[in-house]
Design a protein around this ligand. Structure first.
Ligand SMILES: Nc1ncnc2c1ncn2[C@@H]1O[C@H](COP(=O)(O)OP(=O)(O)OP(=O)(O)O)[C@@H](O)[C@H]1O
Ligand SMILES: [Mg+2]
Length: 263
């Protein structure tokens, strides 16, 4: 599927987003439009605010009592900071994948079905066969089914390689059909083979999911994304087609970064 064939509606929109950790301002007037169905990479030197943007979209930041935000973040046109948004509903719409794969210390099967059980309305009863199908579909989708189909009841934290754990962490988000997947350096704990496998899987999900992928790895941004955002010191410098950014960046700061002059 090429980018034009994928519907270009906006999955995440941030409007004049500013964020402070105590007195320290980490984001400055961040205005982003992340399109539906494509992969958008976010790059920039350490400390420029990439994870802060992701954590704001998932509202994880507010667990810290000293975070203050102004502006708005809309997921599928709904401001997620509106008083009527409940966090559980938001977590259903926004799935997050972290640097270190963090499956729950329960079975592979239960990891995959956990979110679905949590978010399922109480009056919806599924048979174990229906749950089996959900689990299989999610594991197929992340290219893990053949590896784990004979050990679904084994504990996920014992028996799986890092690559398999990260795939499982992605699989467990899928049954609730999130509108967006946020991935914060999902391959940085993996070896090159694991990285290639997880990149392949991310590419597989393209079209069906809107993915915002933070990476330190410039080659990965280039290989795996349709659009790319470059951030510097809490500001968005440039957001454009990935090909364009790497071939003809608009700004000096972007060029310096992708040519490895700092970061
Ligand atoms: N919980 C926190 N409390 C205070 N300051 C924080 C907190 N988290 C991040 N910061 C600061 O906010 C700025 C942005 O951090 P953030 O983690 O978003 O950067 P990043 O681009 O993800 O960096 P990296 O590439 O190293 O992961 C940094 O200066 C960081 O020190
Ligand atoms: Mg980070």
């Amino acid at each position: 599927m090429n980018k034009q064939e994928i519907q270009q509606e906006i999955a995440i929109r941030t409007i004049n987003l500013n964020l402070w950790y105590g007195h320290f301002q980490a984001l400055f007037d961040v205005n982003l439009e992340i399109k539906q169905g494509i992969i958008t990479a976010m790059i920039g030197p350490s400390g420029c605010g990439k994870s802060t943007v992701l954590r704001s979209v998932d509202r994880i930041n507010e667990r810290l009592g000293y975070v203050r935000i102004t502006g708005a973040i809309k997921v599928l046109d709904k401001n997620i900071y509106d008083p009527d948004v409940n966090l559980s509903q938001l977590r259903k719409q926004v799935g997050m994948v972290f640097q270190r794969p963090n499956p729950l210390p329960i079975s592979i099967y239960d990891n995959v079905i956990f979110g679905h059980r949590l978010h399922r309305p109480p009056d919806v009863k599924l048979s174990s066969r229906q749950e089996d199908e959900i689990v299989e579909a999610a594991l197929q989708r992340v290219l893990l089914w053949d590896k784990v189909k004979d050990k679904l009841k084994r504990k996920a934290t014992i028996d799986l390689s890092l690559e398999e754990r990260q795939k499982l962490c992605i699989a467990r988000l899928l049954p609730v059909k999130p509108a967006v997947l946020l991935m914060d350096e999902p391959c940085s704990a993996l070896d090159p083979k694991g990285t290639a496998a997880v990149e392949e899987l991310i590419w597989e999900l393209r079209g069906e999911y809107s993915i915002l992928l933070v990476t330190h790895n410039m080659a990965q941004a280039r290989r795996t994304s349709d659009e790319c955002i470059f951030m510097l010191m809490g500001k968005v410098v440039e957001h454009t087609d990935t090909d364009k950014m790497f071939v003809t960046p608009q700004y000096r700061e972007t060029a310096d970064y992708i040519e490895g002059r700092y970061g």
